[in-house]
Design a protein around this ligand. Structure first.
Ligand code: ARG
Length: 259
């Protein structure tokens, strides 16, 4: 009996030791929108709803390197920049494209990945190239995730030009669902999530013509230049030692990326 008691005590001591060690490390809060595979999405890991993906793992590696505990806050994509500006989160990482407009509100780290805006249609769609969306007299309904670059480009290039309507959804999966149920004629979204959504839904294809190529980076508050420098240092070290390439390869195997 005494032995068991001692064991339990020892176990408790270990557990609290771990908790203490973690509590010693300051937290860094990452804001993301976890409906964007393979960059961030929900998955059951050991029966627990967990946010996984390239961004989640790269952020964990950065925090580990810098001696922080990572906390991930899931929010609407359009809320991330403001959350960074107001200090609600320490950084935003969400397959987020560096744009001049966003640079007016936040700083961006060095880029760690590339994205391409592509067009998803139903098999047999009348839309066969990107140009079909901008053709004179075009009048399509385009599904996008609200506040993303896909939304911005389609608003400027298509809606503002009187060449169609942009339907904005809370997340990419909802936009794709609208395509499946014929509420929109196509979806403009980043290539890797596009591949994941097409794989998960029958009868959808990605058009060969690409719309725009972009750089992904981490958004940090303008005044927090100290964190910006640290994150860039971590990104450099973790790229050089192969950690980040291995994370990307795990989610986007090279043979697949070449397709
Ligand atoms: N790259 C696009 C942008 O920055 C889309 C990102 C959407 N990310 C997400 N986690 N939902 O606007």
């Amino acid at each position: 009996m005494k032995k068991i008691f001692a064991l339990i005590l020892a176990a408790l001591f270990c557990l609290s030791g771990i908790a203490l060690a973690d509590a010693d490390k300051p937290e860094l809060h990452m804001g993301t929108n976890a409906n964007f595979p393979p960059y961030e999405y929900h998955e059951y890991v050991d029966d627990a709803d967990t946010i996984v993906g390239i961004d989640a793992e790269v952020a964990a590696a950065i925090c580990d390197y810098l001696g922080y505990t990572l906390v991930i806050d899931d929010m609407e994509f359009g809320a991330i920049i403001t959350a960074v500006q107001t200090g609600k989160i320490d950084f935003g990482m969400a397959g987020m494209t560096v744009t001049d407009e966003r640079k007016e509100s936040v700083n961006f780290s060095d880029t760690y990945a590339t994205g391409i805006q592509v067009i998803i249609v139903k098999e047999g769609s009348a839309i066969t190239t990107a140009d079909d969306l901008f053709a004179e007299g075009a009048n399509h309904i385009i599904g996008v995730q609200e506040s993303t670059t896909g939304d911005l480009y389609c608003t400027w290039d298509i809606e503002d030009e009187g060449l169609g309507t942009v339907d904005r959804y809370k997340n990419g999966a909802d936009a794709v669902q609208a395509l499946v149920t014929d509420k929109v004629d196509c979806v403009v979204i980043d290539n890797e999530p596009a591949k994941a959504f097409v794989a998960a839904n029958e009868g959808l294809i990605i058009l060969d013509t690409e719309y725009v190529t972009e750089d992904y980076a981490i958004a940090i508050a303008k005044e927090n230049t100290e964190l910006l420098e640290k994150v860039n240092e971590a990104l450099k070290a973790l790229t050089e030692d192969g950690t980040i390439p291995a994370i990307i390869e795990k989610y986007i195997p090279a043979e697949e990326a070449a397709e």
